[in-house]
Design a protein around this ligand. Structure first.
Ligand SMILES: O=C(O)CCC(=O)C(=O)O
Length: 265
């Protein structure tokens, strides 16, 4: 390759990679001909090319790759549900905040025995309560949940739903009643990680899995709230992206908004 040709390549923005013997010889010749300035120009061009290639690749990955805690049957399902507002925020709570919330709900839960089945048949081995009085510290945490999950001014249920699933407990596929719950469900996971599995009511081939790590917050909104059933998998079925997610006793603390007249029913 002539030095002239290499100059043309560089001036056109082509990346010159010295990977054949001929190219190495030509590169050396070019350095001699252009001296230090030419060498630095070439180096900058190579670095710039590599940087741009890296940025483009990272951009592509950002567009096409699901967040680590979300898996879906297709890019279409992933895009649609994410655009509709489904999300998982790992590490939303600190260890101290998790302990604080668990301590505060424990006395009420301990008064009950685990029930085998919910009145609607959806929940197995559970205890539950609704709580509206919270300590100052936990009120701050719950306000953070509300500020994160609900737009300002959206009327919310003052009662917070606390659901305690035994290690053997699970929640079967269901859609929360539109009579009692508005467009958004926001849940904190305490004590154990779990997998929430969503399946389209229209097409059972369309699904999404959410990895609900201990101390994470999940938000269900849009099609994930109204068009997909959700369930919490039992320990034997608790896998995320092929990885076993062991289920222990799990407490969820769930905030909801009130149904609005415009909500789909
Ligand atoms: O425990 C959870 O986070 C899910 C609860 C749930 O499915 C529900 O209350 O509808």
């Amino acid at each position: 390759m002539t030095i002239e040709r290499q100059r043309m390549q560089i001036s056109r923005g082509g990346v010159f990679l010295a990977d054949t013997r001929e190219q190495v010889k030509a590169e050396r010749a070019m350095h001699r001909a252009w001296g230090e300035v030419g060498r630095r120009a070439l180096l900058l061009r190579l670095q710039e090319g590599a940087r741009r290639a890296h940025c483009i690749a990272a951009g592509e990955q950002r567009r096409s790759r699901a967040p680590a805690e979300i898996r879906a049957s297709s890019e279409t399902v992933l895009g649609r549900l994410r655009a509709g507002g489904v999300s998982v925020l790992p590490g939303f709570l600190s260890e101290d905040e998790e302990a604080l919330l668990a301590q505060e709900v424990e006395p009420r839960l301990r008064r009950q025995r685990y029930q085998d089945e919910h009145w609607d048949g959806a929940i197995h081995k559970y205890r539950e309560t609704e709580k509206s009085q919270w300590s100052e510290e936990t009120r701050v945490i719950l306000q953070r949940v509300r500020d994160t999950a609900f737009p300002p001014g959206v009327p919310q249920l003052t009662q917070v739903h606390v659901l305690d699933l035994d290690k053997t407990g699970y929640i079967k596929p269901h859609i929360d009643s539109v009579k009692f719950c508005g467009c958004t469900i926001a849940g904190l996971s305490l004590l154990s990680s779990s997998v929430m599995h969503l399946v389209s009511e229209q097409n059972s081939q369309d699904w999404m899995d959410l990895l609900l790590e201990r101390r994470s917050l999940y938000i269900l909104r849009g099609p994930a709230r109204y068009e997909f059933t959700h369930e919490i998998l039992k320990d034997e079925e608790s896998f995320f992206d092929g990885r076993k997610i062991p289920r222990e006793r799990r407490i969820s603390v769930i905030c909801r908004n009130l149904p609005l007249p415009s909500d789909p029913s």
